[in-house]
Ligand binder design. Structure first.
Ligand code: PKZ
Length: 160
């Protein structure tokens, strides 16, 4: 069977319990990622749970969201891929409650290596942060490694 790249539109969540996009993770960001013209897009609003300094989004929360948006690159190539490295430039504070538009692109692929870039802008188009990531293509066995015997995550997984 040959891989058909997905059409523009919403992409499926990684799984229900995913911290970035899972619809059943009460601590999650509930990201909805779309494919538009070959790029990955997510519109997200960080809330008070994600504050670092008062009223300003925690850099770790931004990293979580970026990592997850990058994680949708697997859908572009039809193979799962995981983060090997992630680097972020925080250009401006991201206010809690403000709309943030994130766009990520697969810049190039070298064998198993996916070189990705992303940018986040506010509603006026001002740049909030940029990021680079290296993801490595893995096989499905990667997700079935050792886990705690009572892990509830296993039962709630969908894709994986
Ligand atoms: C069917 C469609 C499904 C689609 C949809 C699937 C969705 C599927 C769920 C995904 C969900 C995502 C969710 C959000 C993204 C996470 O959060 S992913 C979770 C966080 N990341 C991890 O847990 C990964 C942990 N790390 C690992 O498991 C292993 O290090 C890895 C990443 C598998 C790599 O291990 P490895 O295969 O042994 O790689 P290694 O041989 O060391 O390196 C491979 C190549 O990369 C190069 N390399 C390694 N590091 C670097 C570096 N920093 N810089 C440059 N080159 C490097 C090496 O030199 C080597 O190059 P070559 O010699 O091949 O030319």
């Amino acid at each position: 069977m040959t891989w058909e790249p997905p059409h523009d539109g919403p992409l499926p969540q990684h799984h229900h319990n995913c911290l970035g996009c899972g619809d059943r993770n009460p601590h999650g960001h509930h990201l909805q990622v779309r494919l538009e013209g070959g790029a990955l897009h997510a519109r997200h609003t960080f809330d008070e749970r994600h504050a670092g300094a008062p009223g300003i989004t925690h850099g770790g929360a931004i990293a979580t969201v970026l990592d997850d948006v990058f994680g949708f690159a697997g859908y572009l190539i039809g193979q799962p891929a995981v983060t090997r490295s992630l680097s972020i430039d925080y250009d401006r504070p991201v206010p809690v409650g403000a709309i943030c538009d994130i766009t990520a692109r697969l810049e190039r692929r070298e064998d198993r290596k996916l070189f990705l870039t992303a940018e986040g802008v506010d509603a006026s188009g001002a740049r909030l942060f940029t990021a680079r990531a290296l993801f490595l293509v893995v096989d499905l066995q990667h997700f079935h490694g050792p886990r705690p015997p009572d892990s509830s995550a296993r039962s709630s997984r969908t894709l994986l």
